[in-house]
Write a protein that binds this ligand. Structure first.
Ligand SMILES: NC(=O)c1ccc[n+]([C@@H]2O[C@H](COP(=O)([O-])OP(=O)(O)OC[C@H]3O[C@@H](n4cnc5c(N)ncnc54)[C@H](OP(=O)(O)O)[C@@H]3O)[C@@H](O)[C@H]2O)c1
Length: 271
């Protein structure tokens, strides 16, 4: 059955990420009646009522889709409009439930999510963690957007967010690097479509067969052959593993810094 928004539903901020989610929901045929986008620019969002001021109604659902740095600009105005029946869904990377809860003490439930941009085509990864009793409702709402993972451990959210939320940026860079290397070796106009089809085809094959990376690599690389020569470079001194590990660790570290900032910024006015 098609999920529905618990109207009135407010999307507070609708840039890259919330906009991609709207695209995904639209593609799945969800009804946006009773949904309002609130954003300072008032830039229209196709098929969704878009305004610059909070409507005069009590929201059942409020999705926070602005940057974490804007939290203390938004919360003082929004919190008085959040009632005991309101579920908050926060997309704010690195801002923990505890930091949100002190800012929105009356909310029925607060659910954090760190989706990734392929939600726009229903192919996202959508990790969720929440307090209160609304997590299952939000799981259903997110289902048309891709693979939903409800976790009982908030710290797991940071890890999943670091590989899936930020992951499309890393995958996009790998695709660019593959295409660029192809061009350097005479692959001209079609280098990028070839790189993309190779990546999506390989991922689809691994999903279909359940094979792990090592097994697929072994099937491609014959002993003493060309692929094996390439893999020897990727694996030299664990070059690829080390680089990816360092990349993810940097993102997680930054998430901790943002979480600490959100916690301190809240405590400061109380001191
Ligand atoms: N992009 C990703 O892949 C990704 C992944 C995981 C999580 N996230 C999280 O998603 C959130 C949004 O990121 P984004 O990349 O979508 O940012 P973005 O494209 O810059 O969009 C930010 C949105 O916030 C709105 N906004 C700014 N100030 C506001 C205010 N005072 N009140 C209400 N809305 C306000 C902006 O409105 P105008 O357009 O009208 O200026 C815009 O619609 C962030 O918290 C980020 O941590 C993003």
């Amino acid at each position: 059955m098609m999920p529905a928004f618990q109207a009135p539903a407010w999307l507070v901020g609708c840039g890259n990420m919330a906009g991609a989610m709207v695209e995904g929901w639209r593609g799945a045929g969800l009804d946006f009646a009773g949904v309002t986008v609130i954003r300072p620019s008032g830039r229209p969002v196709e098929g969704v009522r878009t305004v610059t001021q909070y409507p005069d109604e009590m929201p059942n659902l409020v999705m926070l889709g602005f940057k974490p740095q804007k939290l203390d600009e938004v919360a003082p105005h929004l919190a008085p409009l959040v009632a005991a029946g309101t579920v908050i869904v926060s997309l704010l990377a690195g801002v923990e439930i505890a930091s949100l809860r002190v800012r929105f003490p009356d909310a029925r439930s607060i659910v954090r999510s760190l989706p990734n941009l392929p939600v726009a085509i229903g192919e996202g990864v959508i990790p969720l963690f929440g307090d209160g009793d609304a997590v299952h409702e939000i799981v259903e709402l997110m289902r048309p957007l891709g693979m939903v993972i409800a976790t009982g451990d908030e710290s797991a959210l940071a890890g999943i967010g670091a590989i899936a939320g930020a992951g499309p940026a890393y995958v996009a860079r790998f695709a660019e690097a593959l295409a660029q290397a192809g061009r350097a070796h005479g692959v001209t106009a079609d280098a990028m479509p070839i790189a993309l089809q190779t990546m999506s085809g390989s991922a689809a094959l691994m999903q279909a067969t359940g094979e792990d990376g090592a097994a697929l690599s072994r099937r491609v690389a014959s002993p003493g052959g060309t692929t094996e020569a390439g893999l020897a470079v990727l694996d030299r001194d664990s070059a690829l593993d080390g680089l990816v590990e360092e990349t993810i660790a940097a993102a997680i570290r930054r998430g901790h810094e943002l979480a600490a900032t959100a916690a301190v910024e809240h405590r400061a006015p109380l001191a």
